[in-house]
Design a protein around this ligand. Structure first.
Ligand code: ADP
Length: 178
């Protein structure tokens, strides 16, 4: 298996790049944001709980997210690899992911970190947006440090258009895969 993490602040265009990468490398896209939005749409108990956190710009509790990822793994047993998008968002999630992958006798191949953001402005409450940035700094940046320590990180110059960035990401993956 070949597993990737795409890492970047809110509004850094992770979604677009993820779609392109999963297609090119035949990976399963695991976006916890997308999974949570589906749960909310389906009005499941998990979705109802998650919505109360998301609406405030807070993270959904680790155990909820980890449980969801675990179930998603079970649904995709034959996968060649996963692309994690928006996950892990806390060091606790990163450790849980390491454990889950170890059980599958695999690991994270690379963590691709994008520098500059696209500056997308969501149609979102200013306070919620500020909250999300604060949470990113406090909870999610330590995840980057965690993978840097494990020597898994590749940083990508985030300037340029979608195709420029995609080429940079692909070059790193190709080098790692061969
Ligand atoms: P963005 O990429 O715009 O930051 P996502 O679509 O990844 O947003 O996620 C939307 C919201 O869902 C997050 O702001 C957060 O509240 C919640 N969420 C998504 N993934 C996670 C996760 N791994 N852990 C905790 N909360 C999450």
């Amino acid at each position: 298996m070949f597993n990737l993490i795409l890492f970047g602040p809110p509004g850094s265009g992770k979604g677009t790049q993820s779609e392109k990468l999963v297609e090119k490398y035949d990976l399963v896209h695991l976006s916890t944001g997308n999974l949570l939005r589906q749960e909310i749409k389906d009005k499941t108990p998990l979705g109802i709980e998650a919505k109360s956190f998301i609406d405030k710009g807070q993270l959904v509790p680790d155990e909820v997210v980890i449980g969801m990822v675990d179930s998603y793994f079970d649904l995709h047993k034959g996968a060649k690899g996963f692309l994690f998008d928006g996950f892990p968002r806390t060091v606790a999630q990163a450790k849980a992911l390491d454990n889950l992958l170890e059980l599958k006798k695999t690991e994270i191949g690379k963590v691709l970190i994008r520098g500059k953001t696209s500056g997308r402005s969501d149609d979102m409450d200013e306070k919620v947006q500020r909250n999300r940035q604060d949470v990113y700094k406090k909870e999610t940046l330590p995840v980057a440090a965690y993978y840097t320590k494990a020597k898994k990180v590749a940083s990508i110059n985030g300037m340029g258009n979608v195709e420029d960035i995609f080429e940079r990401l692909s070059a790193i993956i190709d080098k790692k895969m061969k």
